[in-house]
Ligand binder design. Structure first.
Ligand code: CO8
Length: 304
């Protein structure tokens, strides 16, 4: 039964975690179908996201694995939204933990290269994918926990804020926040609303105007994250926390979540096209492109 479930889930989500399970099953010789082998190959080479679903707990772990910094490119966002939708449609999946497979970085936020020197059409398609990611995550019926095991600026912070609960590694080098103004760009209203809903108006106002990136202890202090733990305990703590959240009956928790989040979601839903239009006309301005170029140069210099 467990094997049948594992096979079914492997096919459904393109998991790569099944093969080690099979080879350690103690049956001496194990037959693995060419289909599964090709799935594994695909996952190891092209996939930017790896999903492991444990059907015995109803919890999926989504690992972002897009080097060097898990930046949210169009391809990444598309894969993220498809993976999330598949999990959402599977009624046996009740909880989702999002984390990073990369060292030091949870996500560097939106891929700046998707916004720099691109046509208005490409920018529009990209922004729609950003909206889609947020709408799916913020409105998810599942319990969602961000296991933040690295820095998480801008879009990475938005992704964390889209979850129900945030656990961050207490590493002094990691930071989190909506730092858009530091790039000379402006966090749109739904980024702002998500942060207001989490830490309140005044803290958001200051954070957004100054483009503040908070250290892990500072983030805990203002409520931007809910808990700090040593780095090697981020995932286990997320799993333990998930079990507590899943002890609440789904329907009651889901209705409550929807009551809290729906007005914010509806605001974007009824303004999606205008929001895309605003983004495209803003980001393609010469002055904004110049700011992005300077920021990219700064990133390169800092590296050198
Ligand atoms: N997009 C594209 N490339 C990036 C990004 C990014 N967001 N972040 C880093 N990179 C690149 C670097 O340029 C570098 O490239 P290369 O190897 O070619 O020189 C490579 O990734 C590795 O970067 P680092 O050497 O800096 O890696 P570190 O591990 O030292 O640091 C950090 C990781 C902390 C994540 C660091 O890279 C960083 O601070 N990055 C910038 C993060 C940032 O400011 N993101 C903001 C993106 S904008 C956004 O998400 C919201 C936009 C809302 C739009 C609203 C408009 C209206």
């Amino acid at each position: 039964m467990a094997l049948r479930n594992a096979l079914r889930n492997s096919a459904k989500y393109g998991f790569s975690g099944l093969l080690p399970q099979l080879s350690s099953s103690g049956h001496g010789r194990v037959c693995v179908s060419p289909f599964l082998l090709s799935q594994r190959r695909n996952n190891s080479t092209s996939s930017k996201i790896k999903v492991d679903f444990d059907s015995s707990t109803g919890v999926a772990v989504m690992r972002m694995q897009s080097p060097p910094v898990n930046s949210l490119s169009l391809d990444f966002l598309t894969e993220f939204s498809i993976s999330l939708e598949k999990l959402e449609m599977d009624k046996s999946c009740r909880g989702l933990i999002i984390t990073s497979s990369l060292p030091k970085v949870f996500s560097a936020g939106l891929d700046i290269m998707e916004m720099y020197a691109k046509s208005p059409e490409s920018c529009g398609v990209f922004w729609k994918a950003v909206q889609e990611m947020w709408l799916k995550l913020y409105g998810s019926n599942m319990v969602t926990i961000a296991a933040i095991n690295g820095s998480s600026p801008a879009g990475g912070c938005l992704m964390s804020l889209g979850c129900d609960y945030r656990i961050m590694a207490e590493n002094p080098r990691y930071s989190i926040g909506l730092n858009e103004t530091q790039l000379g760009i402006v966090a749109p209203f739904w980024f702002k609303d998500t942060m207001v809903n989490t830490v309140g108006h005044r803290t958001t106002e200051m954070a957004l105007e100054l483009g503040l990136l908070y250290s892990a202890p500072e983030a805990l202090k203002i409520g931007l994250v809910d808990r700090l733990v040593p780095e090697d305990q981020v995932l286990t703590t997320a799993t333990e926390t998930m079990a507590k959240w899943l002890a609440i009956p789904d329907h009651a928790r889901q209705i409550t979540k929807s009551m809290m989040r729906k007005p914010t979601i509806d605001k974007l839903m009824s303004n999606r096209e205008a929001d895309i239009h605003n983004f495209v006309s803003f980001i393609t301005k010469d002055s904004i492109q110049k700011s992005l170029r300077m920021y990219l140069e700064m990133l390169k210099k800092r590296k050198g």
